[in-house]
Design a binder for this molecule. Structure first.
Ligand code: IVH
Length: 682
């Protein structure tokens, strides 16, 4: 490779890794498995080392920073001590090299290590001051993270105070937040029923949950936590990792189990083997082992310490990146090879064209894999997947099977590159791609496949929830021309349905009754069922609460949409845009004419209806949950973070950044007494 080629490849890899960092850390919707991602990052690091001059030419590299998880709506908090990340390896020899380096640095063969499960969750830093939990902050960019204290306080197994009569004045305890597999499945089921996109794996769902702005949503999901490390600590509480583990356990904090304290590289390797044998039975997902030099004095040795890398990839910078005293050994994911029979295109209800690899069935991590998403045209081009190719597919945990790469050695001579269709495979309308979007779409709203998917969605559990109207029946109704548009559903007659099934009478009567029973249905279900872009179940509920009828929603001005709880300008614009289209207005009118009679939610009684409160600090007599319950009983809403939409901030002792933000934004601040006055109508 020439330096010029290296420069190009480095720039490409940097952009690609940065994109996957954004998907993983900020959006919690990764497209790559960890293994594939680690591969990209390793290639980038290798090239940056081999071609330092080429590496210095473009912007900062993602190899020189930890992924950034910070999101809108949270207060930012600086870590007292930076949170770093870990170097990964999949290779026993590299692990032994890690030991050899430490032997050289410390001048002794006799090294003690701990071996711990690498928890596949979301990194968190808890601050306990005088033994009381005061803060929970995400890693963020390593220096500064999001304040998620309200959310973390909902975690059942986390004690708000350390069981210690003489706790340290300040300690940052580090660990990981995760969800159990069963809990992941339970929430995803609800998510799908509500018409929201399911999460790919427990880690993403844990990350998404931790970044909820409403702590009540978080409380409804069983997040769990495990703690294994320390940041800033005054005074010190342990002299080794093993000692720290015992202290954390003694304080009543959930700690890692299993946990090994061993001597020398062979014992490390044996412990990793034991972990591998047990890991599938652990409550949290683990994709590897973390090996740490046990003695803190050795960790702090000037020749050990931290790896730091400047943005140009050359000089050692002041910024800590990853410790030289720790190493993550990752277990490779389950992979298999199979052949792509063909690439098909799925048309979604909004017209998005999604390419899918139809595979020769292959057994992978206990399930038979037949299809794998190829995401979009760019992704196919990047991997150069061609029909007939042999590909490696992998599945890590619950993640959707993914095509990792093409096995080029097994490509048939003359295999033609895949050309993404320029038209909808169903209605043949020319596909379009909006500025800045990766997706190609079928722009024809009457495309039979879009219509089918819209009707399925409308009738589904997430929509008006019509019993017995599943995919198969919708398909038949469309085929026979009995239903062309949504309102036709409400005009179906018994004699229309009788020919559809052999023993049709009872079934048809039931379906007609099932449809009739859903004429009077909660308004939010209709709104969600209409498939307005950006509007899922939660947004539909807010719209129903705010506008109380379809007619009012159709005419809602942009400014009022912006004021809807949880809406930004983008969502407001999407709703406004949908409502303005004559075809959509006609659809709503026709649905009402066909007898659909949506029910507005019961008006909330109480003087605080429509008011949003944020609680911060400790109130003199009311616990946070009690204050929240009183506010909600009076029709108010409690949110986890302060924004321009907050009406009141209720502040107690030790109120933190939320109070500052409230003052900055000029939001009225109440103490407990004035809250009580407001509650009784003062
Ligand atoms: S120690 C200074 N121990 O994995 C390094 N990290 O990929 C601090 N992780 O950033 C990390 N299990 O979020 C450590 N037993 C464990 C871990 C663990 C999971 C996470 C942690 C870290 C990431 C690196």
């Amino acid at each position: 490779m020439t330096p010029e080629e290296a420069a190009v490849r480095i720039a490409t890899l940097r952009a690609e890794v940065a994109r996957h960092d954004e998907l993983y850390y900020r959006q919690a919707r990764p497209e790559l498995t960890d293994f594939a991602y680690d591969g990209l990052k390793a290639e980038l690091a290798r090239l940056e080392r081999a071609f330092p001059a080429a590496a210095a030419t473009s912007a900062a590299s993602p190899t020189a920073r930890v992924g950034d998880d910070r999101a809108e709506g949270f207060a930012r908090v600086r870590h007292r001590q930076a949170m770093t990340t870990l170097d990964n390896t999949y290779d026993e020899a590299e692990l032994r090299e890690f030991h050899a380096r430490l032997v050289r640095a410390l001048g002794t063969e006799e090294l003690a290590y701990t071996v711990e499960p690498k928890v596949d969750g979301v990194a968190i830093s808890l601050t306990y001051e005088d033994g009381r939990l005061t803060r929970a902050v995400t890693r963020g960019d390593g220096e500064e993270g999001d304040d998620v204290t309200a959310n973390v306080r909902t975690i059942q197994g986390l004690p708000p105070a350390l069981a210690d009569l003489a706790p340290p004045a300040v300690i940052e305890v580090r660990g990981e937040i995760y969800l159990r597999e069963e809990e992941f499945r339970r929430i995803n089921q609800l998510q799908e029923e509500a018409g929201e996109a399911p999460y790919a794996n427990p880690r993403n769902l844990a990350a998404g949950t931790l970044k909820q702005l409403d702590a009540r949503v978080v409380a409804g999901r069983r997040l769990e936590i495990v703690l294994y490390g320390v940041g800033h600590c005054e005074p010190p509480v342990a002299t080794s990792q093993t000692g720290l583990h015992e202290r954390l356990r003694g304080w009543g904090l959930p700690v890692l189990d299993p946990f090994w304290s061993v001597r020398g590289p062979d014992a490390v390797w044996a412990a990793i083997g034991e972990l591998d044998a047990r890991r599938r039975a652990l409550p949290f997902g683990t994709d590897g082992a973390v090996v740490k030099l046990d003695a803190f004095a050795q960790q702090r040795h000037p020749r050990v310490g931290f790896r730091g890398m400047a943005a140009d990839g050359q000089a050692e910078a002041a910024r800590k990146l990853s410790p030289r005293w720790a190493c993550a050994f990752k277990f490779p994911p389950d992979q298999a090879e199979t052949r792509v029979r063909e690439i098909t295109i799925q048309v979604g209800r909004t017209g998005v064209l999604t390419p899918v690899a139809e595979l020769e069935p292959v057994l992978l991590a206990g399930t038979t894999v037949r299809r794998a998403t190829l995401h979009n045209a760019d992704e196919i081009a990047r991997k150069d997947v061609r029909p007939g190719d042999t590909v490696r597919v992998e599945k890590a945990g619950e993640i959707i099977p993914a095509v990792v790469a093409v096995v080029l050695a097994r490509r048939a001579p003359g295999a033609a590159p895949y050309v993404f269709p320029r038209e909808c495979p169903v209605c043949r309308t020319a596909a379009v791609r909006a500025e800045g979007e990766v997706a190609w779409r079928c722009p024809n709203p009457d495309c039979p496949e879009q219509v089918r998917r819209r009707i399925e969605h409308f009738a589904s559990k997430a929509g008006v929830d019509i019993d017995g109207l599943g995919e198969e029946i919708v398909g038949q109704l469309l085929e026979r021309g009995l239903v062309r548009r949504l309102p036709d559903l409400f005009r179906l007659r018994l004699e229309d349905l009788l020919p559809l099934r052999k023993s049709g009478e009872v079934w048809a009567t039931n379906l007609i009754a099932g449809i009739a029973a859903r004429r009077e249905v909660e308004l939010w279900r209709v709104i969600n069922g209409l498939g307005i872009p950006q509007v899922g179940a939660a947004a539909a509920k807010e719209l129903a609460r705010t506008f109380r009828s379809l007619e009012a929603l159709l005419d809602a001005p942009f400014a009022e949409l912006c004021r809807v709880e949880g809406f930004g300008e983008k969502t407001a614009q999407a709703v406004r845009g949908w409502c303005e289209q004559p075809a959509h207005r006609a659809l709503v009118t026709d649905l009402l004419a066909a007898g659909l009679a949506p029910r507005a939610p019961a008006a909330v009684a109480g003087g605080l209806a429509g008011k949003t409160f944020v609680l911060t600090g400790t109130l003199p007599t009311l616990a946070r949950e009690e204050a929240a319950a009183l506010i909600e009983a009076a029709g108010g809403r409690v949110s986890g973070s302060v924004s321009r939409k907050t009406h009141y901030v209720v502040a107690g002792e030790e109120a933190g950044s939320k109070l500052t933000k409230a003052r900055d934004l000029g939001i009225p601040v109440l103490d407990e007494a004035s809250l009580r006055a407001l509650l009784v109508g003062g």
